[in-house]
Design a protein around this ligand. Structure first.
Ligand SMILES: [Zn+2]
Length: 400
């Protein structure tokens, strides 16, 4: 027998519906009707087993989308009759919760869809349920407070949830797992969060990777007595690019309109590492740009030396290179690089730790980029708990 809706035989349609023992008994262009096999049920009153049928009732069931067809599913629900005590009762339905209209499989489907870059609206439309229902189902996914790893990474990101512009992300950079999302980056809230962990757990944290933020540093120093703070290399290197940019902006103030626009447009040539400039034309363009201004030329060489210094394989090499770099900075006396030098001195231990351990927040950068895409897809995620659950769910499913 054929199922009209799917142009498959009813056995195949039954198979794709995947509703436990239920099978298709009828089908039109837009509907499917299913039934469960008749079998002996124990009477809820006297306990005697019976398969005597009292009647049937048609019940609408919401189920998973099937082969891109939209359809209505009807379940012909049976009621049994007990000849011993005259009780009438409904059969047990394995694919539906009590008093539920949605199949277990549809619920699973909806929840699993939240691991994709999709908005709740899109998921709801696909499952043909309301957005509220989709969100309510996803609310079943929740993550408890994590355990603290030996190496902890912390960073902020622009989440715009719960009336706060910035949220924090905690990760285990070694295992590449996302641990938690925190509501904001206020130090009192961070303290509160961390002190909820036992001292023993906090003492177990050996390294904390973070950007050069005084706020994070003081929170970490207080919360993790044994931890060595590791500066994230990406954030440190970005400072050299910012200094380079500041010098460019300063220098080009004296340029003609035309030249200023040209320099602005070509700034990537100044920012990119020289060894990564593979295009000969780009190399020539850069050389011409550097001829225009001595200051720019100094800044460029300081930036290049900075990167080389950050690439040091060990702390001794770093110390030597830093000494030379520092001498150059002092000699050229560009305020933007003097400031950078002072930051490097202030954060010396954390930067050396980055070189010695090789730990970075590269994994977190990846997570934050994914969050950005998710936020764009969903037109923002205002509800903090849901945002937290989505980011954690996404991280877990992407790590599989
Ligand atoms: Zn009975």
């Amino acid at each position: 027998e054929r199922s009209y809706l799917f142009m498959l035989d009813t056995q195949s349609t039954t198979f794709f519906l995947n509703l436990e023992e239920a099978y298709v008994i009828d089908s039109t262009d837009t509907t499917l009707t299913i039934e469960l096999p008749r079998k002996k049920h124990p009477c809820p009153v006297c306990g005697q087993r019976t398969d005597k049928i009292h009647d049937y009732r048609l019940q609408k069931v919401k189920h998973i989308p099937l082969l891109h067809k939209s359809y209505e599913l009807f379940f012909r629900k049976r009621r049994y009759y007990c000849p011993h005590c005259a009780k009438r009762f409904a059969e047990t339905v394995p694919f539906l919760g009590k008093f539920q209209r949605m199949s277990h499989l549809l619920k699973q489907f909806v929840i699993s869809q939240f691991s994709n870059m999709k908005s709740a609206t899109e998921i709801a439309r696909q499952a043909r349920i309301s957005v509220t229902t989709a969100l309510r189902l996803f609310d079943h996914v929740s993550y408890p407070k994590p355990l603290l790893p030996e190496v902890l990474a912390i960073d902020e990101f622009k989440g715009n949830a719960a009336k706060e512009k910035f949220q924090c992300i905690l990760a285990n950079p070694k295992a590449k797992t996302t641990l938690d999302i925190l509501k904001n980056r206020k130090s009192e809230d961070l303290y509160e969060y961390f002190t909820e962990f036992s001292l023993e757990q906090r003492q177990n944290v050996q390294h904390v990777v973070m950007d050069l933020s005084n706020l994070f540093r003081s929170v970490v120093k207080t919360s993790f007595p044994n931890a060595q703070i590791v500066a994230d290399k990406f954030h440190v290197c970005r400072l050299a690019n910012w200094a380079m940019e500041a010098v460019r902006k300063d220098v080009q103030k004296e340029f003609s309109d035309y030249r200023r626009k040209y320099f602005k447009k070509s700034r990537f040539l100044l920012l990119k590492r020289h060894k990564n400039l593979t295009n000969d034309e780009h190399k020539e363009q850069l050389a011409l740009m550097l001829q225009v201004s001595e200051k720019l030329c100094y800044a460029y060489s300081l930036k290049e030396l900075f990167y080389e210094m950050m690439d040091s394989a060990d702390s001794q090499t770093y110390a030597l290179r830093f000494k030379r770099w520092q001498e150059d900075v002092l000699q050229h006396n560009l305020p933007q690089f003097i400031r950078l030098m002072n930051t490097m001195i202030e954060w010396k231990h954390e930067i050396v730790a980055a070189i010695e351990t090789g730990y970075s927040n590269g994994y977190i950068e990846g997570c934050n980029n994914r969050t950005k895409v998710l936020k764009r897809t969903c037109y923002g995620l205002r509800n903090f708990e849901r945002m937290r659950n989505r980011i954690l769910y996404l991280a877990v499913t992407k790590n599989r």
